[in-house]
Design a protein around this ligand. Structure first.
Ligand code: DX5
Ligand code: ZN
Length: 221
């Protein structure tokens, strides 16, 4: 697969200068903007909501890859879709009726994604693999940026890649959490094609544009 995608997570950026932050990663070649939505209930931290996504949409042409780390996400699909989300990914742990949530996301014309915490077995999403456009494998416990990568998630990526291939699915397999130059290569080899990066880009010593270029160079090898 040669369409590897880099999705910097703005959670690690400076929200006070979000337009400049986004312009820098966009001009450096980022593919998506990963938007970490946290409600302080499903995960400890609280970040942003549809209002911020609506403003973000006005300052970038990149697709907005919205990751809902919130309880009862089905209540907010419409608001995020109308705010301009391109991808909407929900946690299997928050959706008792996951197929209907996936269907609702698709009804707005958005890419429908499912994600799972490190402790959640890959088998929990088997039933929706034929339905989704994207699977997001968490390689940290969701809630904060800058955590250590969990190498045991490499096997989970391999397992889900094999299942998607067996289904002849064109769904994206995205990874999220502790992704940097070293761990990105491991996850690429395991079968991921989309990579969320927070600190590796926005806290790069030479700046976020250099961070994007360094990781895109690895993806384009
Ligand atoms: C964790 C978020 C991730 C994370 C990425 O709860 O979903 O997107 O912030 O940041 P890094 O790449 O710094 O782990
Ligand atoms: Zn995320």
């Amino acid at each position: 697969m040669n369409n590897y995608l880099l999705a910097p997570s703005i959670i690690a950026s400076d929200f006070a200068h979000i337009a400049d932050e986004v312009a820098a990663i966009e001009s450096a070649g980022a593919d998506w903007i990963h938007v970490d939505v946290m409600d302080g209930h499903f995960v400890p931290d609280i970040t942003i909501g549809p209002l911020f996504v609506r403003s973000l949409k006005r300052v970038t042409n990149l697709p907005l890859d919205v990751h809902l780390m919130i309880s009862e996400p089905e209540k907010y699909i419409s608001a995020f879709a109308q705010a301009g989300a391109n991808n909407i990914t929900v946690h299997v742990e928050t959706c008792p009726n996951l197929p209907s949530v996936i269907q609702k996301i698709k009804s707005f014309g958005c890419i429908a994604g499912v994600t799972l915490n490190p402790a959640t077995p890959a088998s929990t999403i088997d039933s929706v693999l034929p339905l989704v456009d994207l699977v997001l494998v968490m390689s940290v416990v969701p809630g904060f940026s800058g955590q250590a990568f969990m190498p045991e998630m490499i096997d989970k990526v391999q397992e889900i890649r094999a299942k998607l291939n067996a289904l002849r699915s064109s769904a994206h397999l995205e990874v999220d959490g502790g992704i940097n130059a070293e761990t990105l290569l491991l996850m690429k080899k395991a079968g991921a094609n989309a990579f969320v990066t927070g600190n590796a880009v926005f806290k790069h010593p030479q700046g976020s544009a250099a961070g994007v270029r360094a990781l895109k160079d690895i993806l384009n090898v």
